[in-house]
Design a protein around this ligand. Structure first.
Ligand SMILES: [Zn+2]
Length: 325
């Protein structure tokens, strides 16, 4: 049986069980935290305890694995995740490498590699490969997948370099890819086109946030490449209400696409986008944007819409297992 790397080490893919394919534990930028959070809105012990409680509650719903695409640009900090994983023994946490940038490269890469000559290898690739094969920093934790972004502005020079580096790391390691896309801008098509030209196995790509769209033609075009649709923002009603997300998944299941979708919320235990006011903002603006919305509400709604138990098993268990196999 193939194994997949998790925060606590390699796990048989058969043990992944019900998997939420796009959840963050924390979205907290280290530089922001170190300069403005500590001594103000950030209490390390309280936040860690809160995360342990929330993730243990999630395992009580039957979820066995979360896939966390928090990379550079979103505040990846593995030692804190390790601490939490030790206290949530029923949950596998799979972490990522890559860069989250909508337009520009981090300056640390800007003046190196292909910038100097198009023939030079990108130093990003070595960093990504190291995360996947040696481990992240000195944690011993290996990433198991790659993350990049194609947003509204499409392939800006910075985004294109990151996406190509991700594609070439995939070619070297076989690691699967999750790409954040903008459904309104239909940027999933741009991402898949670039990946195809780079020789990426598109069955190893999740088009993140595809579920913000209800445009079946767009979604089927993506899925027909072999890629998997990330129906992964349940509870973010601002982008697409739950009832619409459910209807779209039901329509795609009816057309035979249950093997091309995965489910998730894209939420977090804490996110610094609102300073310290995460819980207040989340509960006021998107009260269902929490880890258990799918198990508490969405699965029943899917069944009511004609989606079968087999389809749900496919989306929650088999498709994630195939992605990591
Ligand atoms: Zn996300």
């Amino acid at each position: 049986m193939p194994t997949v790397q998790t925060v606590r080490g390699p796990v048989d893919v058969d043990d992944l069980g019900q998997t939420l394919m796009h959840e963050h534990v924390f979205v907290v930028a280290t530089e922001y935290l170190d300069n403005y959070g500590r001594g103000a809105w950030w209490d390390e012990e309280q936040r860690v305890a809160d995360a342990i409680a929330k993730l243990n509650a999630l395992t009580a719903k039957g979820v066995r694995t979360i896939v966390d695409p928090t990379v550079w640009g979103l505040g990846r900090y593995i030692p804190r995740i390790q601490r939490i994983a030790e206290q949530v023994p029923g949950l596998h946490i799979i972490v990522a490498t890559g860069i989250y940038a909508f337009e520009e490269l981090p300056h640390q890469f800007e003046h190196r590699g292909p910038h100097l000559s198009p023939h030079l290898p990108d130093p990003m690739i070595d960093d990504f490969v190291r995360d996947l094969t040696v481990g992240i920093a000195d944690t011993g934790v290996k990433a198991a997948f790659l993350k990049c972004v194609v947003e509204e502005k499409g392939l800006t020079p910075g985004v294109e370099r990151i996406c190509r580096a991700v594609a070439r790391t995939h070619a070297r390691t076989g690691a699967p890819i999750t790409v954040h896309t903008n459904a309104a801008a239909r940027s999933g098509l741009i991402a898949l086109d670039l990946f195809a030209k780079e020789g990426v196995d598109l069955t190893k790509v999740v088009v993140g946030h595809a579920g913000d769209s209800n445009d079946l033609d767009y979604l089927m075009r993506l899925a027909d490449t072999g890629a998997t649709l990330g129906m992964d923002r349940f509870g973010l009603d601002l982008y697409n209400p739950t009832a619409q997300r459910v209807a779209t998944i039901a329509a795609l299941c009816q057309r035979g696409y249950a093997d091309r979708m995965v489910l998730s919320h894209d939420t977090a235990c804490f996110m610094d986008y609102f300073g310290g006011a995460w819980e207040e903002t989340r509960s006021a603006v998107a009260p269902n944007w929490r880890y258990d919305h799918i198990h508490d509400d969405v699965l029943a709604a899917l069944l009511d819409s004609g989606v079968t138990d087999d389809h749900i098993e496919q989306m929650l268990v088999f498709n994630p297992k195939r992605y990591f196999s």
